[in-house]
Design a protein around this ligand. Structure first.
Ligand SMILES: Cc1ncc(COP(=O)(O)O)c(C=O)c1O
Length: 415
């Protein structure tokens, strides 16, 4: 008698555990996931160093100061050469990088289909017309064929984004761009330190922009950005476009004599404290990427083994994961992909259920685009996937919990 009872109890317990958290069941991950804390002790120590440095000299921090010099030198070292200028935000970096190309106003600029509004705003506010490119089938990123298919006689430039921390095929895109005389800005905001063919992203195009806001792989505080180029002349134009047309590289340049400035431009400077934070944060970029790659590769391995309806997005060990998409076979579910993803969140896993950064979807952008081209490949991969947040402190337990949460939800939701 009591034997039957035990089996009943065990069944009850299994049923209780299988009840989804969205329906009041127990969470797979009841306690919070590890915090990232990109702003840590090393960053705080650098702020103290800024204060001490300027007190010792009885001076106030100014533009292009000691810490900005150190930060941009470290940035350039990290990317194995080139020139870098630290600016206020990633959007400002994009704005300046595009401005530096001095493209003819009204010209068309090809742009990747999945990105932040800052990428589009930087093109439009430079008096240029964004022209969307689709992504490669099954990818968050564009490719050479998709790029070439959208070139017109009006195309003067391109902003190519390395979305979600994955290097796009910029090596394939550049020869096409060169053949057509198209100048290229790389938007590396989500892919700090990612490589393609052994070469860093940001070093393929004419010029590159990085956002260093607080969610990025390395940060300069709440916000920040870097303009980067290997072309000294172009870099100098960028410096002037980042600060009221000042030719700061000229011998004897006098910051207080506007007679010698070159053209009207905004002031998009950053500050010494942000650059000091950037110095500390950049030192751990490599460890950050290694930590994220290790999470992503373990997660992908176990997901492939255990899930019947979800599969990991393809990635390369040279990427710098920003978020990690999981592709869901919705045809075999009794719910939508979004409901599925929300059920996984309820189990205690951090993710974005529906990446809203498909540019062609935004109502406000439509009047600013060169044409009404849709980006069906970009929409399809977004619609099929949810994006798991990636944090360098996630380890085996987070891999296990994330995979268990997905498998639990798919068992409950499978047709
Ligand atoms: C791909 C991409 N481009 C541009 C931006 C804009 O950067 P910011 O927010 O620093 O202005 C971001 C991030 O926000 C981004 O992820």
């Amino acid at each position: 008698m009591s034997g039957y009872r035990q089996i009943d109890d065990a069944d009850d317990e299994a049923a209780r555990k299988a009840e989804l958290a969205v329906r009041g069941g127990p969470k797979v991950r009841p306690d919070p996931l590890p915090a990232r804390q990109a702003f840590g002790e090393a960053e705080v120590a650098m702020i103290d160093e800024v204060v001490a440095y300027y007190r010792e000299r009885n001076a106030d921090p100014g533009y292009q100061g000691h810490f900005e010099k150190r930060y941009t030198e470290a940035f350039v070292d990290t990317l194995s050469g080139g020139y870098a200028d630290a600016v206020a935000t990633g959007t400002a970096a994009l704005y300046v990088a595009i401005a530096a190309l001095e493209l003819p106003k009204g010209g068309e600029v090809l742009v990747s289909p999945i990105t932040d509004p800052g990428t589009l705003s930087a093109i439009i506010l430079n008096g240029l017309k964004p022209r969307l490119i689709d992504s490669r089938p099954g990818s968050y990123n564009t490719g050479a064929a998709e790029f070439e298919a959208r070139i017109t006689p009006e195309t003067v430039g391109a902003v190519i984004v390395h979305s979600i921390g994955q290097a796009c095929d910029i090596a394939g895109i550049m020869p096409v761009a060169r053949r057509h005389g198209i100048r290229v800005v790389e938007d590396c905001s989500q892919a700090h330190g990612a490589k393609l063919g052994g070469q860093f992203v940001g070093s393929y195009g004419d010029i590159a922009a990085f956002s260093t806001m607080y969610r990025k792989a390395h940060i300069t505080g709440a916000c920040g950005g870097v303009v980067y180029s290997r072309d000294l002349e172009l870099f100098r134009r960028a410096l002037a476009h980042a600060d009221r047309g000042k030719p700061s590289w000229l011998p004897g340049f006098d910051d207080r004599n506007p007679n010698g400035f070159l053209f009207p431009a905004l002031n998009l400077h950053t500050d010494e404290i942000s650059c000091a934070i950037g110095i500390a944060s950049l030192k751990r970029l490599n460890a950050t990427i290694v930590g994220r790659l290790s999470f992503v590769s373990e997660f992908a391995f176990h997901l492939k083994e255990q899930s019947k309806l979800c599969r990991p997005y393809a990635y390369s060990p040279a990427d710098s994961p920003f978020v990690f998409p999981v592709i869901v076979d919705s045809a075999k579910l009794r719910c939508t992909k979004r409901e599925f993803a929300e059920a996984v969140i309820a189990e205690g896993i951090g993710l974005n259920p529906h990446y809203e950064y498909v540019v062609a979807d935004w109502p406000w952008i439509k009047p600013h685009l060169a044409d009404g081209f849709d980006t069906p490949n970009a929409r399809a991969i977004r619609d099929q996937s949810f994006a798991v947040y990636v944090n360098e402190h996630y380890g085996d337990r987070e891999v296990r919990d994330a995979v268990n949460a997905i498998v639990k939800v798919e068992r409950a939701m499978a047709v």
